[in-house]
Design a protein around this ligand. Sequence first.
Ligand code: CA
Length: 282
Amino acid sequence: MRVSCPVLSFAALLLAADAGPIWAQEALTAANMAPSLLLPSCPPPAQLEFKVTGELHRDVPGFTEGLEVHDGKLYESTGNVFGDTRINVIDRRTGKVTALRNDRHSYFGEGLTFFGGRLYQMSWREHRVFVFDPEGHPLEELRNPREGWGLTHDASRLIASDGSSQLFFLSPRDFGTLGSVTARYGNQEVPNLNELEYVDGAIWANVFEDWQVLRIAPATGCVLGVADLHGLYDRLTPAEKAKVDADSNFVLNGIAHDPASGQFILTGKYWPVLFTGRFVEK
Ligand SMILES: [Ca+2]
């Protein structure tokens, strides 16, 4: 499992980016430029907030690594924590969790997405990508050359994260890499991109071990919007907070979008609650 470790949070990056003189000095030295520093600076992102419209209390927790709505159903991929690499279907009315598959210890489940009627589930470090039919029957296995973290798709490509600042555009046929983009705030790369959701021309991303959800432009990598989700934790009951606080790995992770309602569904790893709502500019 991913073990918690100190990382430079996105909030810290925001602080660094606000310290104009410091990064201006850095930019003077070509030798220490990251490749992204050679790109035009991104404009400041919009500040977003998440307006909660509903809560869904699930009957069985899951170590959420992927979350997506397909044909009105809510699908979840879970990691191999407590021996449960699963693909779940979560009843959006009752919260009842039904395992479409439970592959237990055989690999560490990560991002999930539907494309062309096929259900893709990545593994974390095994480089394996599993393709199932909508009922969970195996169709084929592909290879991911990187670590598998988040997965989503646009009209023609799969889009994956690997825990870095890069997003990779991939062929649905063979998982071959078609291109990539580096997520940036100003000139600063944003590492630890995790669960993903492509919505209306932008990629929404969790940042591992952070409370921010980002809205990223696929063509440039520029962070277009930032939402602070601390408010979701505040909505939990004391008992639910105790469960989330029980392990430092139970972080915010999981973004799904329902095209029928236009609403998002957000959750975290092993959280007992999923939140429905909308992102709005502050
Ligand atoms: Ca998703």
